[in-house]
Design a protein around this ligand. Structure first.
Ligand SMILES: CC(C)(COP(=O)(O)OP(=O)(O)OC[C@H]1O[C@@H](n2cnc3c(N)ncnc32)[C@H](O)[C@@H]1OP(=O)(O)O)[C@@H](O)C(=O)NCCC(=O)NCCS
Length: 237
């Protein structure tokens, strides 16, 4: 969850305002009614200190800081068979990062498809996309056109480059391809533990369409989908 900076600013401003007014009232009432003066001062201090501290702690624990990578040289393209080993490495690093979240090792290993399978996907006409930065493949996603829908698989970004917008760009690029190929819809399966991916899909306009119990090596899966509005895609060419 992102807390807007303006919210934190308003909390701090409210606290400061209350502190100032309590000081004034403490000054006014302090001479005649000391009890009211002390009470007002205590209230003001509470508001001026506790609320901003609470707000800032919420902000720092929930706001994901962007990492300082310059993505202006990022290239998005269809993969070539010779990219398969590098793509496998990206999948390995990204999915291994999900270990310890309650997602089974069997399911993690199954998601890390090998280079041979990746090559097969490329050669069989799948849209295996890569994000490349300074000649290094740092992200990937695959789309297969099925009955005028685009089935999305294997979205992954190298841990070092996560949080910079690479996956968003890959998904947007794939959506553009799907739209050009006349697809009506994009869909994918994901697991509950993949919170970052779920946030990404929802922020891109995907909705939960179904629920698959014990679907993938015993893991429950959610089906996400997005309809492509003809001539009104969010993606810009
Ligand atoms: C899921 C994954 C591909 C996201 O890649 P990414 O390049 O880091 O994602 P982006 O930087 O493009 O983030 C896009 C959106 O995703 C969400 N998101 C991504 N990482 C997040 C995080 N750590 N915390 C909260 N939201 C996050 C946010 O909505 C973000 O939008 P914002 O930056 O405007 O807030 C990456 O975390 C990954 O490889 N995970 C392991 C493999 C995996 O889960 N694949 C999905 C299989 S279904």
């Amino acid at each position: 969850m992102k807390i807007p900076r303006i919210f934190i600013f308003l909390l701090a401003a409210t606290g400061s305002f209350l502190e100032a007014s309590s000081l004034i009232s403490a000054y006014i009432f302090g001479f005649t009614l000391p009890f009211i003066g002390i009470l007002m001062e205590a209230l003001g201090t509470t508001f001026s200190l506790v609320i901003p501290i609470f707000g800032i702690s919420v902000f720092t624990t929930t706001y994901r800081q962007r990492k300082p990578f310059d993505l202006k040289n990022l290239v998005l393209r269809e993969a070539k068979p010779q990219d398969a080993d590098e793509i496998h490495e990206v999948l390995k690093q990204a999915f291994k990062g999900l270990e310890g979240r309650g997602y089974s090792t069997l399911a993690i290993n199954a998601a890390i498809i090998d280079a041979k399978e990746i090559r097969k996907r490329i050669l069989s006409g799948g849209h295996v996309l890569v994000a490349e930065l300074d000649n290094e493949i740092i992200g990937t996603v695959t789309g297969f056109k099925e009955h005028q829908s685009m089935h999305i698989y294997s979205l992954a970004v190298s841990p070092k480059y996560q949080g910079c917008g690479v996956a968003r760009q890959l998904m947007t690029y794939l959506e553009r391809i799907a739209s050009k190929e006349g697809c009506n819809k994009l869909f994918l399966h994901t697991a509950w533990v993949m919170m970052e991916a779920i946030k990404l899909y929802e922020s891109l306009g995907y909705v939960r369409e179904g629920y698959l119990r014990r679907h993938f090596y015993g893991e429950d899966f959610i089906i996400f989908s997005k309809l492509i509005e003809r001539g009104n895609s969010r993606c810009k060419a």
